[in-house]
Design a protein around this ligand. Structure first.
Ligand SMILES: [Zn+2]
Length: 439
């Protein structure tokens, strides 16, 4: 547990910029205000910089256990720290998948020793899931649940509508959210057969937006009927935004997440990056990107996450390239560049990548705030510095990116976890984060 006095920064508190110091004692924020005295504890000068509540990435695949040749918790959380993330929520489609309390506890034992930022673990809701096991996973501390409605890394069959209904009823009662990869399996199979080839544009054609809207429509119905909170991962199309907006207007607990690649890349990226940019759902038109950007600034979409989904470069340029690429080290610079371009406010970034995420998983205000009593996690950024994305230098094992070579204005300067500086231009991998339980 660290103690640290952050001096002279500009903090974003309740959406407003204030010049203030932040005092962290024994891992907890103890005071925020002008001219604080740390009585000899370590000081960090944040003059000219912005001090944000520790950012959270609610959607990462750190590939451990089972797929550690792609990424492991050490490399993945180093990437998180370098990307300004103080807490990552790791997805359950590992080998084996995290689909029981035993596997959740096992995974926690394995990854906890090498997590350089705080971490939470999802449980999987799949075809074979039962309510008793889901409750046991909640009692073992899982942060939330994830379901895949279509094919994914790990080949996990989607839950039937009956299973989904039964589990959502239980999650509604427990007040724990279900995050869903919402692309319909049956429609993907049909369109994949029609596309009939494995090149990148066929991939785009194998998953038209109707795969997403169809699945999100079903989930909206089940959310309305059961009262469960369903959070749609990586919303990719303008049409889906309309369904989520409709749900919001009608008091249905259906919310959405978007990724920087769906916000800032259009499908023309496939001309240059090819299969390196292959991901699910696919990156769609620039108009879709604009609709998503509009939805994150007007509040229809509530969170932004990377969907950091690394594979080796050999796999990505091979004959059957898997979907996914790393995102932890590019997401915040991309968002800050958008702030500099006037597309978003810095307070939007805080809302989308910290406060709303913490509220969604029931861990606010211990996370997602700079209030006294909160965990001493902060992200300190510069809005003026420019930096070029250089994938070769990534801490992630996956040293490529569709954003490689882009020059962005806005960068991460310090990442502080529990009062310890885990990143200050380089990652200090002697720092170990905490396990964060769901409520
Ligand atoms: Zn994912």
């Amino acid at each position: 547990m660290g103690s640290l006095l952050v001096k002279n920064g500009t903090a974003i508190v309740n959406g407003v910029s204030v010049n203030t110091d932040v005092l962290i004692e024994n891992g907890i924020i103890s005071k925020i205000g002008c001219c604080l005295n740390g009585n000899g504890i370590k000081e960090l000068d944040a003059g000219g910089l912005y001090v944000l509540p520790g950012l959270i990435d609610e959607h990462v695949h750190l590939r451990e256990p089972g797929l550690t040749y792609k990424e492991d918790f050490g490399s993945g959380t180093s990437a998180a720290a370098a990307g300004g993330m103080t807490l990552v929520l790791d997805m359950p489609n590992t080998l084996p998948p995290t689909d029981s309390a035993e596997r959740l506890i096992e995974k926690k034992e394995i990854v906890g020793r090498k997590s350089h930022v705080d971490y939470g673990l999802y449980g999987l809701v799949r075809d074979t899931s039962e309510v008793t096991e889901v409750i046991r996973m909640i009692n073992s501390g899982c942060i939330g649940f994830k379901s895949y409605m279509g094919p994914t890394t790990g080949n996990i069959p989607a839950p039937s509508h009956g299973t989904l209904y039964t589990i959502l009823n239980a999650l509604s009662e427990a007040d724990v959210p279900l995050v869903v990869h919402a692309e319909d399996d049956g429609l993907i199979k049909l369109f994949t057969e029609k596309a009939n080839k494995s090149d990148i544009l066929s991939h785009l054609n194998s998953r038209p937006y109707v795969c997403e809207t169809f699945s999100v429509g079903e989930l909206a119905s089940l959310s309305e009927y059961t009262g469960a909170h369903v959070h749609v991962a990586h919303v990719s199309s303008a049409k889906t935004v309309k369904i989520i907006g409709w749900a919001k207007m009608n008091g249905i607990k259906l919310t959405g997440e978007v990724t920087p690649h769906h916000l800032f890349l259009g499908s023309k990226i496939y001309d240059t990056a090819g299969n390196l940019a292959k991901i699910n759902p696919p990156i769609r038109s620039e108009e879709d990107g604009k609709a998503l950007l509009n939805a994150v600034s007007n509040g229809i979409i509530s969170t932004v996450a990377s969907d950091h989904s690394p594979h080796t470069v050999e796999e990505k340029i091979g004959d059957s390239p898997p979907s996914g690429f790393p995102g932890l080290e590019t997401e915040l610079p991309l968002m800050l560049d958008a702030v500099n371009a006037g597309k978003l406010g810095l307070s939007d970034v805080v809302r989308l990548m910290s406060e709303n995420v913490a509220r969604l998983f029931g861990i606010y205000p211990q996370y997602g705030s700079l209030l006294p009593g909160a965990r001493g996690n902060i992200t300190i950024i510069s809005l003026n510095s420019r930096a070029k994305i250089n994938a070769e230098k990534f801490y992630s094992k996956a040293k490529y990116s569709p954003f490689d070579g882009m020059e962005l204005k806005g960068k991460v300067v310090y990442t502080v976890v529990g009062g310890e500086t885990v990143y200050d231009g380089e990652v200090h991998d002697d720092i170990i984060g905490e396990f964060v339980k769901g409520k």
